[in-house]
Design a protein around this ligand. Structure first.
Ligand code: ATP
Length: 376
């Protein structure tokens, strides 16, 4: 259910077992493989230090790969110089030429490419209109707001019509309103230009709203790739489940109890709930009496009730109640063991047997996991 949705010949970027080792010992990217389709908007999402920027820089040619291959379509790009790759990149703080006006900044890549000033100038003006910065074309970079600077940086990156557009947290230095506005514009522009885009962020709202597909990265590897709804509703691992969604998903330790009538109950210490017998997870779990599992449930799967004997009820004490405007969040202590997704499912050392220590799995992914008895 996570098949590459683009035809093979449409692949714009293919990473084939790409690794990056810094200083001979620090593994920043670990044999990572990923395909990004032609015209696709892929978001690379993950916590700080997981290797997102390093991966982007290897695609741009700013960092050499230690091993593995980078392909652009059918062209092997691993050893190409940055300017031979047809790639444009925008960083967290758009680095502009300080001594050039906005228009000159945007025109410059075209001039280097040999276009005459008139043509370069009119292309820059057209792009400035799309980016809503035509009123500042004659200004110098230091007079611009953060949002305007980023727009200029985006304009300068796109002016040569790159095949591949790489953005590294381009909105992280902007205030909330500007971030939303520019986010929408980036989405619209990349769609209009049909440019293949790889967008790095650790902001899940940016990921969910912009992406055709999201790749969730952790410790130099990809843990999950899929459309926003796939990754949100059917995450591959507990870490991915915990990374996406606010408030954070509840990940609860449980034990599978299969009753005499093949009904599956999930036991949380002294409390339990029954699964619908037709639920796909129920059909799998009924062969795994006694198995430890992690049950993932987002807060909107619960409702607060005051009756005593409703089916599938967990009993607890409200510890806090927060008003968030659109929603309110109740924090309820139910005496259930809560699992920290950052602490489980880290890649197992190569020598460990997958059956040595059966670690619980995320309920939603049992199809794949339980047959192995392995960690998520
Ligand atoms: P952030 O979201 O904080 O920018 P990231 O996911 O982009 O993080 P990277 O910047 O790619 O992560 O870094 C991945 C790992 O590689 C980190 O542990 C980092 O310290 C290390 N690293 C990155 N660049 C170098 C370098 N030039 N030399 C040594 N180590 C580096």
């Amino acid at each position: 259910d996570r098949k590459f949705p683009y035809k093979a010949y449409m692949t714009a970027i293919r990473l084939d077992g790409v690794s990056k080792v810094f200083d001979g010992e620090h593994l920043a990217v670990d044999e990572l493989s990923l395909e990004i389709g032609d015209g696709e908007f892929m978001v690379l999402l993950g916590p700080s230090g997981c290797g997102k920027t390093t991966l982007l820089r290897m695609i741009a040619g700013l960092e050499r790969v230690t091993s593995g291959e980078v392909w652009f379509g059918r062209t092997r790009g691993t050893d190409l110089a940055p300017r031979e790759r047809g790639v444009a990149m925008v960083f967290q703080t758009g680095a502009l030429y300080p001594n050039r006006t906005v228009q000159e900044n945007i025109m410059f890549p075209l001039q280097i490419a040999g276009k005459d000033d008139a043509e370069a100038g009119s292309t820059a003006v057209g792009l400035a209109q799309i980016l809503s910065i035509e009123s500042v074309l004659d200004r110098m970079p230091w007079t611009l707001s953060g949002g305007q600077r980023q727009r200029v940086a985006i304009g300068r990156a796109l002016v040569r019509r790159p095949k591949v557009f790489l953005l590294d947290e381009p909105l992280s230095n902007l205030d909330a309103t500007m971030r939303t506005e520019l986010r929408q514009e980036i989405g619209a522009m990349t769609r209009d230009l049909n440019v293949t885009t790889l967008y790095v962020t650790h902001d899940q709202v940016e990921a969910l709203t912009l992406a055709n597909r999201i790749a969730v990265m952790r410790d130099g590897r990809i843990e999950d790739v899929g459309t926003p709804t796939q990754v949100y509703n059917d995450p591959a691992t507990a870490f991915v489940a915990g990374f996406l969604g606010t408030p954070r998903i509840n990940l609860m330790s449980a034990t599978v109890n299969v009753t005499a009538h093949h009904r599956v109950r999930l036991e949380f210490g002294s409390q339990s709930i029954g699964l619908d017998p037709t639920d796909r997870r129920s059909l799998i779990l009924r062969h795994h009496h006694g198995a430890p599992v992690i049950v993932g449930a987002r807060s909107n799967a619960f409702s607060l009730i005051t009756t005593q004997d409703a089916p599938n009820q967990l009993t607890g004490t409200i510890r806090a109640f927060e008003f968030h405007g659109q929603q309110s969040i109740a924090f309820v202590q139910c005496g259930i063991e809560i699992v920290d997704p950052d602490r489980i499912g880290r890649p197992r050392p190569a020598h460990a047997s997958p059956l040595a220590e059966p670690t619980p799995s995320l309920l939603g992914r049992f199809r794949r996991r339980i047959g192995l008895g392995a960690a998520p």
